[in-house]
Write a protein that binds this ligand. Structure first.
Ligand code: ADP
Length: 273
């Protein structure tokens, strides 16, 4: 073998050795990543268990407080002065907010851990939205808003949905539109058939979402500064939950918004075949 061939052979051996080392390194890295993944899964499970235990433990005493306040406020233990009632009403509302926050935490955790079982049934989503709006009447009145369905008389195709889960998603979206719209504003709901999907849009003339915050809006616990200013309470979990639920239905959610002008939240949901 001449010198050139010998050099080539040495070079080839070095390359093979390097490749061998790289392959070993990759296998080791792969193993490390698998272990790290397992560890993360275990930690995630531990976090889920923790949230679930704490939330359930907190719910019981909070329900007790709610029940007792209800009795006192209904004059079951003698009549109260207007001032006493108004103070107790504040306690009642704070307690309600804590219950709602805990429910949101549980809801978000269930979405994360894929624990929710879905039961898709052909349903008229208009009825669900009308029903949720009815429950929000007090909030609408408080904010002196006009809320209306566009083309109410139109017959809509039924969609494939899990009624209970979709109710939570729709409630979060409608509640936001109402919460973040100043007095005298308007919220309107419309539907449009787009191929095999029904698109629902909820338009408000509210505070809007600042451009720099728009990318974070579906993140857990995120709240834009202008929203915190008008509504101090809020978990920043509603949209995260709504997105998880809508995507589980095979739909999409997105929005368009301008600060000081308003927002439109859209979502799609498959039409029942
Ligand atoms: P929360 O309402 O409890 O803060 P959400 O997850 O429902 O939490 O919403 C996250 C954030 O998205 C809100 O804090 C607010 O900044 C913004 N947002 C959502 N809906 C609207 C809306 N219709 N108008 C203006 N801002 C909105």
């Amino acid at each position: 073998m001449d010198r050139t061939n010998q050099n080539e052979l040495d070079k080839l051996r070095r390359i093979v050795l390097e490749q061998d080392n790289s392959a070993k390194l990759l296998i080791r890295r792969d193993l490390e990543l698998t272990r790290a993944n397992e560890k993360l899964r275990e930690l995630d499970q531990a976090k889920s268990n923790f949230i679930s235990i704490v939330a359930h433990q907190l719910r019981t005493p909070l329900s007790g407080v709610k029940w007792t306040l209800n009795m006192v406020l209904s004059d079951n233990f003698g009549s109260l002065t207007t001032e006493q009632k108004s103070f107790l009403m504040k306690c009642y509302e704070s307690n309600e907010r804590m219950i709602m926050l805990i429910n949101d935490m549980l809801g978000a955790d269930r979405i994360d851990s894929d624990k929710l079982k879905y039961n898709f049934v052909p349903t008229q989503i208009f009825d669900l939205m009308d029903n949720v709006l009815f429950e929000l009447t007090a909030l609408v009145k408080k904010n002196k808003l006009r809320v209306n369905f566009i083309n109410k008389e139109r017959t809509l195709p039924r969609v494939l949905m899990d009624n209970e889960k979709m109710r939570a998603a729709v409630q979060n979206l409608l509640e936001n539109a109402i919460k973040y719209t100043p007095e005298g504003g308007e919220v309107s709901i419309d539907f449009q058939v787009l191929d095999e999907f029904l698109r629902v849009s909820i338009t408000d003339t509210g505070i809007g979402i600042p451009d720099e915050d728009q990318k974070n809006i579906f993140n857990r616990f995120f709240r834009a500064k202008n929203a915190i200013k008008v509504e101090t309470d809020g978990s920043g979990l509603g949209l995260y939950i709504a997105k998880g639920i809508i995507e589980k239905h095979g739909g999409k959610i997105w929005f368009e918004s301008k600060v000081g002008k308003g927002s439109i939240f859209y979502f799609t949901i498959p039409i029942s075949p």
